[in-house]
Design a protein around this ligand. Structure first.
Ligand SMILES: Cc1cc2nc3c(=O)[nH]c(=O)nc-3n(C[C@H](O)[C@H](O)[C@H](O)COP(=O)(O)OP(=O)(O)OC[C@H]3O[C@@H](n4cnc5c(N)ncnc54)[C@H](O)[C@@H]3O)c2cc1C
Length: 295
């Protein structure tokens, strides 16, 4: 169910082969991209559209992230970014939504760049993906650009929502109304899917006329009364928010296997590690998967 975005017909009926960050076909993609478009979304966020230089499509499961190696005046450095592509990729586009960090190296480069900026990209990675068997209720919790991985999930969730197979709650925490990014798309999605419920939490300032789904406070104040063995909660964004929510959910009795977390932790240092070679054990596991795939 989780869906997989790519255009290689060989893999169309084998969604499990690209999963959980490790591409089990052993083809962990490395490619170069160029910045094709940039858009200011708010004072603190921008949307960047990178295009693969080789014209291939981008293979990823909605929710996954890629590692980008950029070059600035001090040399190369790496940062991770989730793809926020709302539509399945067929043309090699990687959409990113990026938040400004004071004194940040990537921030300095990406908020002051021009189209044509190059990067080397590896991926996909990450386990923040929809499970094969969807839960009855799914809670997607994010702060700011932590919304990114949930945007590509909306397409695959649309069918199950329309068929009443699932109820989805999206809790997004932002500072003020100007930071409610992708508002048009999210409000429209809610209008078209009665079982999709939006909750926007403003930590600093509410809109002048808040709508029914807008309230003051933090996402952790709006966590649901969870049902163990039924609900699935995804947490993404600010590491502090992720920890606070996780603790609250645990205290409320939700087993940790029903929570998937992705913290937007920042890079420790700028050094770029060369991609590590596969160990003998990893190669053996991949070969095993390949055998199963072929049979
Ligand atoms: C799996 C994953 C996915 C990610 N996806 C996204 C994404 O989709 N969009 C996005 O904008 N970011 C995302 N990030 C974070 C991103 O990789 C960078 O860390 C972020 O853009 C900051 O980079 P920078 O070079 O500007 O700041 P840095 O140069 O890394 O940091 C500059 C200074 O700011 C501090 N700092 C850095 N980040 C923060 C922060 N969040 N809060 C408080 N202090 C901080 C650091 O301690 C440092 O002192 C993701 C991270 C991970 C691990």
């Amino acid at each position: 169910m989780r869906g997989i975005y790519h255009s290689h017909s060989r893999r169309k009926d084998k969604p499990d082969l690209v999963y959980h960050g490790a591409n089990l076909l052993g083809e962990n993609s490395v490619f170069t991209v160029s910045l094709a478009q940039q858009k200011v979304l708010s004072d603190s966020t921008i949307e960047l559209q990178f295009q693969r230089d080789d014209g291939e499509s981008v293979v990823f499961v909605p929710g996954q992230f890629f590692r980008f190696v950029f070059t600035d005046v001090d040399g190369e450095f790496e940062r991770s970014y989730s793809l926020c592509n709302l539509a399945p990729d067929t043309t090699g586009i990687l959409m990113l939504v990026i938040s400004k960090v004071d004194g940040g190296r990537a921030t300095r480069l990406l908020f002051n760049t021009e189209c044509g900026l190059k990067a080397s990209v590896t991926g996909p990675f990450g386990r923040l993906v929809l499970p094969e068997k969807l839960p009855k209720r799914l809670f997607l919790v994010a702060t700011s650009v932590g919304i990114a991985p949930y945007l590509p999930m909306l397409g695959p969730l649309s069918g199950p929502l329309c068929r009443d197979e699932i109820e989805v709650f999206l809790l997004l925490g932002v500072r003020d109304p100007s930071e409610f990014i992708y508002a048009t798309e999210l409000v429209d999605f809610q209008r078209r899917h009665p079982r999709f419920h939006l909750r926007i939490c403003y930590s600093r300032r509410l809109p002048d006329s808040p709508r029914s789904f807008e309230g003051a406070g933090y996402v952790q104040d709006y966590l649901p009364a969870v049902v163990p063995n039924q609900d699935l909660v995804m947490l993404c964004g600010n590491p502090m928010m992720v920890d606070v929510c996780f603790d609250k959910l645990k205290q409320a009795g939700l087993p940790s296997r029903q929570v998937i977390r992705e913290k937007y932790v920042f890079a420790k240092q700028a050094a770029v590690k060369p991609p590590s070679a596969l160990s003998a054990e990893q190669k053996r596991l991949i070969e095993e998967k390949m055998q199963k795939y072929r049979s």
